[in-house]
Ligand binder design. Structure first.
Ligand SMILES: C[S@@+](CC[C@H](N)C(=O)[O-])C[C@H]1O[C@@H](n2cnc3c(N)ncnc32)[C@H](O)[C@@H]1O
Length: 185
């Protein structure tokens, strides 16, 4: 029989790993929570992602948005992730994907990334990360870029479309910086 002490150590180890995996990256800007498939589908639909797009996914997690955009929408995609275990998972999923030639995975900090080539930015991050990303987007995004964010809006920007049920905000840059109105679906 396994002694109680060993069971306790194993349990504590599991809790530590789970807490690290989910919350560790909070120190960098956002914890981990994968987007639901229905949310991803709606994000890609609202942003009208297609084969001519280059989609950047800051905080790509384990690839819920990234893989789907490449496989179903045939977009070229770049996933940016800081947490090393998730980077490994992303690289493994890329290697296994039939769309691997369209997928790039960067082990990188989203606040130091280059967003200039993007035609679409698709994010599911935390409020403070959205606040910090706004000036970076405003200094880098090309006119015509769509930014689609799940749950947290880009503070101070006016969305072109809002899916209130799933909390998805679509922005068209640079129009989102001025004007009024937040049309909902
Ligand atoms: C809420 S999860 C979203 C995952 C994925 N995009 C999805 O929708 O399923 C946010 C991700 O951002 C990553 N992250 C947090 N801060 C980061 C930073 N400064 N640079 C890169 N990635 C970061 C976390 O490690 C986590 O995987």
């Amino acid at each position: 029989m396994i002694p109680f002490a060993w069971l306790s150590v194993a349990l504590v180890a599991v809790v530590v790993v789970v807490v690290y995996f989910v919350y560790g990256s909070f120190l960098c800007g956002a914890g981990y929570q994968p987007s639901f498939p229905s949310v991803v589908a709606r994000m890609l639909e609202l942003a009208e992602v297609g084969p001519t797009d280059l989609l950047l996914d800051p905080g790509a997690g384990t690839g819920a948005i990234l893989l789907r955009a490449a496989e179903e929408r045939r977009a070229r995609v770049v996933g940016i992730e800081i947490e090393p275990i998730r980077v490994l998972v992303l690289r493994l999923r890329r290697w296994l994907s039939p769309a691997r030639s369209r997928i790039e995975v960067r082990w990188e900090n989203i606040f130091r990334s280059d967003y200039r080539p993007a035609t679409v930015v698709a994010a599911f991050l935390w409020p403070d990360a959205m606040r910090r990303l706004r000036p970076i987007f405003e200094s880098q995004l090309a006119p015509g870029t769509r930014v689609v964010s799940h749950w947290h809006p880009v503070p101070g920007w006016n969305p072109a479309r809002v899916d209130g049920e799933r909390r998805i905000f679509l922005y068209r840059y640079p129009e989102c910086r001025g004007g009024a109105g937040t049309p909902s679906d």
